[in-house]
Design a protein around this ligand. Structure first.
Ligand code: SAM
Length: 280
């Protein structure tokens, strides 16, 4: 890789999260475990110099790769320029209308997202991909600790509002770890590949998603405090007494902590708040 980058006078940009894969097995395994085949339309974020792009284009019906750094144009032309099923968009992925892009580029194909993400914007990218609600799966490399947070179970230290956000939209599964020496330059952290299979149907009844996510945020904003205090702060209209009544109506102990509730538990709390609002 070094001679290729040197011949184009390319220097890595830390600000753009450029840690490029140099171990051949990693992009191959990502493409394979993501289940990419000729029926798939794959959105790749940040192709870099193209190691994952190449593995995706070898398997997929179509690949659309969005890259911010136009200095990579001549390098990608050299590494993946021969693929007729590949289109590169030179743009900031966060400025894209993802559902419109998927409709336009992947008609008749199974839409998937696949990427070695720029770590400085992992959360906003995952948020955009999941909220788009148009992918069958999202398979990404992230920092290992982020993967553990996404896949965490209730009551564990990794369980967070972001866990619930991701698991509301998908069923995450950590696929494999990737050591730092698989990248150039090497990141300071271990990475992991995680796949998020998006839910076709949600197994919970959630009457108002906005109230549900407000409950989750209120609860985790006051981590290690009781759910009652969290809800009272996040829903001033309830007050501490009202929050206590909501918790009791759902059958939870008065001192329950929010971080022990699963999605079904938060759904019950949120639905009870909605019910009380309707009866005011
Ligand atoms: N896929 C390549 C690989 O595995 O070697 C590169 C991965 S590197 C971690 C992240 C890539 O995302 C870089 O090429 C970077 O320029 C690109 N990138 C950073 N921010 C971006 C953004 N907002 N939109 C699109 N691409 C971005």
């Amino acid at each position: 890789m070094k001679p290729l980058l040197q011949s184009h006078g390319f220097h890595f940009s830390k600000a753009k999260g450029q840690n490029f894969l140099i171990a051949d097995w990693v992009p191959r395994q990502i493409a394979e475990e993501a289940g990419v085949d000729e029926t798939a339309g794959v959105l790749e974020i940040g192709p870099g110099i193209g190691p994952l792009t190449q593995q995706l284009a070898l398997r997929a019906g179509k690949v659309c790769a969005v890259e911010l750094d136009e200095r990579l144009k001549p390098i990608l032309a050299a590494t993946v320029g021969e693929f007729s099923n590949l289109e590169i968009l030179w743009s900031d992925v966060l400025k894209q209308d993802v559902p419109a892009l998927v409709r336009e580029k992947f008609a008749g194909l199974r839409p998937m997202a696949c990427a070695n993400l720029p770590y400085y914007i992992t959360s906003p990218i995952l948020t955009a991909l999941l909220e788009a609600e148009c992918f069958e799966s999202v398979t990404v490399m992230v920092q290992k600790e982020v993967a553990q947070r996404i896949a965490a179970r209730p009551g564990t230290a990794d369980y967070s509002a972001f866990t619930i956000f991701c698991q509301y939209y998908s069923e995450p599964e950590i696929l494999f770890d990737v050591p730092a020496d698989c990248f150039m330059p090497q990141p300071k952290v271990t990475s992991a590949v995680i796949t998020l299979k998006t839910r076709k149907q949600r197994p919970w009844q959630i009457d108002d998603p906005e109230v549900f996510f407000r409950c989750v945020r209120a609860s985790f904003a006051m981590r290690r405090k009781t759910l009652q205090n969290g809800l009272a702060a996040g829903f001033p209209e309830l007050g501490k007494t009202g929050a206590g009544e909501v918790i009791a109506a759902c059958g939870f102990a008065p001192g329950v902590r929010g971080e022990t509730l699963d999605i079904e538990g938060f759904a019950a709390i949120a639905n009870e708040i909605v019910r009380r609002k309707r009866h005011v």
